[in-house]
Design a protein around this ligand. Structure first.
Ligand code: HEM
Length: 248
């Protein structure tokens, strides 16, 4: 679900030779770690199931489910966005192999969140849903826009789709995740602003601003390096082999 490098989209933009050269080695324990992270990411869903079965969803179960799924959509989005910066800072290329799965979990919780809204909250009252989405409740308009933008990213997340689209087009499309993150923060902020309770949205806003800011700085440094290849500040001179392979 995110802009990727040639190691993440096999055979896409870079071509087989470059991919072979730059593809990071896959540690043997990675499939196990991936399975563990998969299970961990399903815990919020299992928790909702257990709470539902044991009557622990509180006085307003629909609100509980809406808020829980909304929070986990945002958390998964942040974790997905964090993969590239963390990989670069720690120099751990295998982290890229987790990004697609985490992005799909963000979409999964977003779909549950939206389903809770139109099913349990609105009971398929499409006229009311249309009013909310078209501006009556602006925080819902913005949340809906974020979710709609997630759909093409989820649909094009399989490797086969990336191959068919071509790496460059795929990467360009998947940059939409930055807009999704900004809209998601706006959605949360707007919702909480009505209740004068901005502490938590502010924390998420700082995290997202930091993650997007780091990418912006790296992108500017890369452009600087391309414009002035001999410069000592050029990332082409300072970065590792892997990060040279057009990583975002
Ligand atoms: C990327 C997509 C989205 C993200 C990240 C997101 C995130 C969130 C978050 C973090 C909350 C607040 C949770 C809390 O109070 O702790 C929330 C609440 C809510 N969201 Fe979303 N949301 C998204 C999309 C949507 C969509 C598509 C809809 C409906 C069309 C929607 C409707 C709501 C509603 C009704 C609430 C609860 C408001 C309340 O309790 O007063 N959200 N969302």
């Amino acid at each position: 679900m995110t802009p990727s490098n040639s190691g993440d989209v096999p055979g896409a933009a870079a071509g087989a030779a470059r991919a072979a050269k730059y593809s990071p080695p896959v540690p043997r324990w990675l499939p196990g770690a991936k399975a563990a992270i998969f299970l961990l990411a399903t815990v919020p869903l299992l928790r909702l199931g257990v709470y539902g079965l044991t009557d622990r969803l509180g006085a307003n179960p629909v609100e509980f489910i809406t808020r829980s799924t909304g929070t986990w959509t945002l958390v998964m989005l942040c974790v997905t966005l964090a993969i590239t910066p963390v990989r670069r800072v720690l120099g751990q290329p295998w982290l890229l192999r987790l990004r697609r799965m985490l992005g799909l979990f963000a979409f999964f919780y977003g779909a549950l969140h939206f389903t809770t809204y139109f099913w349990l909250d609105q009971w398929f009252d499409w006229a009311s849903i249309l009013r909310d989405v078209s501006g009556k409740r602006p925080f819902i308009t913005v949340g809906f826009a974020a979710f709609v933008l997630m759909v093409p990213l989820a649909l094009t997340s399989p490797y086969a789709m990336a191959r068919r689209m071509g790496g460059r087009r795929w990467q360009r499309l998947h940059r939409v995740i930055y807009a999704i993150a900004v809209l998601a923060i706006l959605h949360y902020w707007w919702m909480k602003a009505g209740k004068n309770d901005l502490a938590q949205p502010a924390i998420y806003a700082i995290v997202v601003a930091g993650l997007l800011g780091a990418r912006l700085i790296w992108a500017l440094r890369r452009q600087w390096g391309q414009a002035f290849p001999g410069s000592s500040r050029s990332p082409a001179n300072s970065d590792s082999t892997v990060s040279r392979s057009r990583t975002r």
